[in-house]
Design a protein around this ligand. Structure first.
Ligand SMILES: Nc1ncnc2c1ncn2[C@@H]1O[C@H](COP(=O)(O)OP(=O)(O)OP(=O)(O)O)[C@@H](O)[C@H]1O
Ligand SMILES: [Mg+2]
Length: 258
């Protein structure tokens, strides 16, 4: 498939604009998960960091248009992703933190072809693209395989392939390497680094974040720091070390239980 990422139209502002009054999950009487945000994201590689429950996934879902803010607006290259779902699907790909929340179909081929059907590709064209992708990935034997018979890491990899196949201009990745083995991480990290698209990646791995153009640190639904990794990472790591020492029984204990 040779379709390149859809460029923003001349009339549309390029970039992601988030000017929201807050984001509540769990219904109108639910929990305020994100506070007011005012962010303009134009960089090509953006990382999002923060503690568990700080609102990282919710921020990605807000950008993808999967949750709406209580007030204000989100726009991606000029479109409102919550209102214009058709345009959003063509422009934004999201890899969920949990592949089981993403996978809809019983077989690998159907799962991969679904996004292409949504983009208007014919069934034979989508089937051909799926076959070519599996071949190129060295996963030709996955054709026709049950999605539920794949391991957790394989399911995550399948979801990532499905997103990449659609070639959206903006790709949102929620801990993309969490369940992958080391060779797969290295291979995918190289692959993602070479992509021309805008990538917004949530990660708990500081090593992979040094090369971001911009790093946003969320704390309790608000931006705690925002800037180049060289400025944000040292402060973040120092704070995480401090908190880890406070919560642990023994600050000198090894990080891994072995
Ligand atoms: N459907 C929901 N209804 C109510 N509250 C929710 C819902 N989903 C998430 N939350 C709450 O929103 C907060 C932020 O969740 P979110 O998943 O965005 O965090 P996160 O930073 O991605 O965490 P993690 O690192 O564990 O993935 C948490 O306190 C969580 O309990
Ligand atoms: Mg999360």
């Amino acid at each position: 498939m040779s379709r390149s990422p859809a460029p923003p139209s001349a009339a549309s502002p390029a970039g992601i604009r988030i000017a929201t009054g807050g984001t509540v999950l769990g219904g109108p009487a639910g929990q305020q998960v994100l506070g007011p945000l005012d962010l303009t994201l134009t960089e090509r590689r953006i990382g999002i960091i923060g503690r568990n429950g700080s609102g990282k996934t919710t921020l990605l879902r807000l950008i993808a248009g999967l949750v709406a803010p209580v007030s204000g607006q989100v726009s991606i290259d000029g479109i409102d992703p919550a209102r214009d779902r058709r345009a959003a699907v063509a422009r934004i790909g999201i890899l969920f933190q949990n592949p089981d929340h993403q996978i809809l179909f019983p077989t690998v081929d159907e799962e991969l072809a679904f996004g292409l059907h949504q983009l208007g590709h014919s069934k034979p064209a989508a089937a051909k693209a799926v076959q070519a992708l599996l071949q190129a990935e060295g996963r030709a034997d996955w054709a026709g395989r049950s999605t539920q018979a794949l391991s957790q890491g394989q399911r995550q990899y399948l979801c990532l392939m499905a997103v990449l196949l659609m070639q959206p201009a903006t790709i949102l990745l929620d801990e993309p390497f969490a369940a992958l083995d080391l060779p797969m991480r290295l291979r995918l990290a190289r692959r993602l680094a070479a992509l021309p698209q805008r990538l917004i990646t949530i990660s708990h791995d500081p090593e992979g974040l040094h090369s971001c153009d911009r790093l946003i640190w969320l704390e309790a639904g608000a931006v705690a720091a925002d800037g180049p990794p060289a400025a944000v990472l040292p402060a973040f790591l120092a704070e995480m070390q401090r908190l880890g020492a406070l919560e642990g029984d023994d600050p000198a204990a090894p990080v891994l239980p072995c």
